[in-house]
Design a protein around this ligand. Sequence first.
Ligand code: NI
Ligand code: MN
Length: 225
Amino acid sequence: MKITYLGHASLSIEFENIHIIVDPFITGNELAKKIDINSLKADYILITHAHEDHILDVEAIAKRTGAKIVSNFEIVNHFGNLGLEGHPMNHGGSWQFDFGRVTYTNAIHTSSFPDGSYGGQPGGFILETDEGNIYIAGDTALTMDMKLIPLQTELDLAVLPIGDNFTMGIESAVIASDFISCNKVLGYHYDTFGYIEIDHKKAIDTFKVKNKELILLDIGNSISL
Ligand code: NI
Ligand code: MN
């Protein structure tokens, strides 16, 4: 499994024959201007919640690639009304896809579409695959619900928001990594806007003193599991 950071909360996850895009917000991100959304491959688009900084490029990518949208019921309905194919889920539910099992998890956040309409309740995803198990938290506060995850899934990597202000910050993310029993964390949802700029070295060191690893990828760079 190859995970590429596309900036903000956007990821590309690649298996041998399957490509997944998560929360594409690329054309609106000045920091991600070297990423061309027309070059992205997608069989699935996973969407954590309806905020613009998570859905901006969904329609363009899904229309070009025919990717199936996986999200909560309300978001899948919204894009279904635009003629896009989707798979609706809700919190706590899992489904076996061809790349692995996906669970839609709880997140403490809000989830309205850019026009203010209801986007369902926000979430995150657990992906259980032959190449490893990952948790993509979505925009969320630190929450006790995270403690439920390791009761069912042994994680190899957690993707956690660390930018603070709109989501949890570094200190909470360290505690979250305890709650989910996963010491390898890819940080996301930072630096895009003034409110969420972080000190990279300080963030990495804060994890390191707890014997945890925080990975911060340059936009366009990848890690493999
Ligand atoms: Ni949000
Ligand atoms: Mn966000």
